[in-house]
Design a protein around this ligand. Sequence first.
Ligand code: NBP
Length: 468
Amino acid sequence: MQPSDIGLIGLAVMGENLALNMANHGFKVSVYNRTAERTRTLANGRAKGTTIQPTYDLKEFVASLAKPRRIFLMVQAGAPVDSVLAQLRPLLEAGDIVMDGGNSYYKDTERRTKEMEAAGFHYFGVGVSGGEAGALEGPCIMPGGSRAAYPLIEPILTAIAAKVSDGACVAYMGPGGAGHYVKMVHNGCEYAIMQLIAETYDVLRTAYGLGAVALADVFRRWNDGKLNSYLIEITAKVLAFVDPETKQPLVDLILDRAGQKGTGKWTSQDALDLGVTIPNIDAALWGRNISALKDERVHASTVLTGPRLPALPSDQAVLDTIEDALYTGIIISYAQAMAMLRAASHEYSYDLNLSEIARIWKGGCIIRSKLLDPIQAAFKRDPDLANLLVDSEFSGNLNQLQASVRSVVRQGIERGIPLPAFGASLAYFDSYRRAQLPVNLIQAQRDFFGAHTYQRIDRPGTFHTDWE
Ligand code: NBP
């Protein structure tokens, strides 16, 4: 039998769709899943008539692959990846290639890369974004690992990736855990943008009394303009969706309690380690965490009061201001994500190409948006741009747009609508643009109680004062 071009392990939603995507692009794909039932279901269902080759034990799976073997893991992140690698290692030969396409923590990927390379194998941590539809139709793919071995996997990844006008949404990110790192920050940015959209929804319904149907229309129109993006598009669709049973907008029937999986939290944790400021992503995390306290919030709502103001009339000018504010908040979210990637690139020697990252994020992934075109251009103009906010094009726009965020945040304050991500956007903008921050006072306090010393603006050196 003709050996397979690639093997895929893990046939839950992502793995199954990726295998079909590979087969649709003419590759012969061997598949394996721990629980044989899943493999059987795929073989007797969607894989019928395709080049997908089901296998039912790992030996058979490995033996079915062309050499050097290319194996794509799509199993749950964490211990399952180590377990599969331990089972695979004795079956592989030097030069074989393993790719982990799950949402693995980048430090795990760094460790696994060392272990696999020491055993003579190539190992890639491959960030994949796009959900189940993206996996089938073309995801955004962020591979990291050995540059020398990348050509061995590049043709398959390029074939299955989403396509935009300037190429496939895949590019070599950097060594070790670089691919999973970029995916992690992508997910952090996704959290921030989703939080900003949710806050916008809250302002429009709480301050202006718009219902789901009217809101769907607003988001649909916004998606035709500068906010054009996957997340705005699906927001319009979600708001328009009517529950078939109750005939009410389904969104109004959904419990307001969200969880957060690994990647968002890891982004904030790593930003703290790097000393990088990503308050929009932090805000999105605590916005989700506080939502989880549903019972406490229900109780608090009977004890604590906020301002009670009647809904305001909305007109085109109001909607334009809110559209500008959301657009600005999203720019600032991307700015924080890019600044974090730049810092990580220096700290971890990833040598990330930020313009190329913006380019591949334009298709397939959850944060794809029209805005990534000028972001790609900004980092092309200056690959080491310290912050998107000071790019020549963005700075001019932001100087105009900032008033819209101030207006929305003012509404939130006056009406008691919590706007953590809008507030964070504005505080970040105002902190970053200020040549002088009040930290001189903090330095003096630290020197007062801990003799931490300080520097002066009028002479060089390090100083300590006996303050009393
Ligand atoms: P899940 O993350 O739910 O993982 C289920 C798969 O892992 C099944 O194939 C399961 O096999 C396998 N598995 C587990 Br659980 N423990 C295992 C073990 N010890 N040994 C071998 N296999 C094991 O699936 P998913 O949602 O398709 O996601 C796959 C990966 O892609 C994850 O890392 C996820 O974070 C990432 N990702 C998901 C999305 C998305 O939208 N869902 C998007 C982007 C990335 P079984 O059938 O035998 O239980």
